[in-house]
Design a binder for this molecule. Sequence first.
Ligand SMILES: [Zn+2]
Length: 116
Amino acid sequence: MKIRDTRAVLTSFDHKRGPFGLERCLPEEPGKVHAISRSALRFASTDAVFASKDINFDDVPVGAFCGRTAWVILPREFDNSDPDACADCGRMAKLYVDDYSKWFAEYERRRSRNLY
Ligand SMILES: [Zn+2]
């Protein structure tokens, strides 16, 4: 199920040589796909990032539902039925839909344990 008001994110990126030097790009092995919510970003650019049709390589890490640090925001919603979806983010996504205040308390608990 696609989770409304979220974005699929990745925890790593690669570099490739572009016309202006090294550019960020998707890694060859993207690994698990994690979830962020709009409220996790809290930046002035959040609406632009959510509206963007491009991949965003963020300079500021964002905290995924599971507590991992994400750097790459994909232009699509997190889908917990995606075979590459992080299982922990999938569980948190269900909570996000079913009981936002419980989700928020759990998300804040994870945030306080981590660096984001
Ligand atoms: Zn995750």
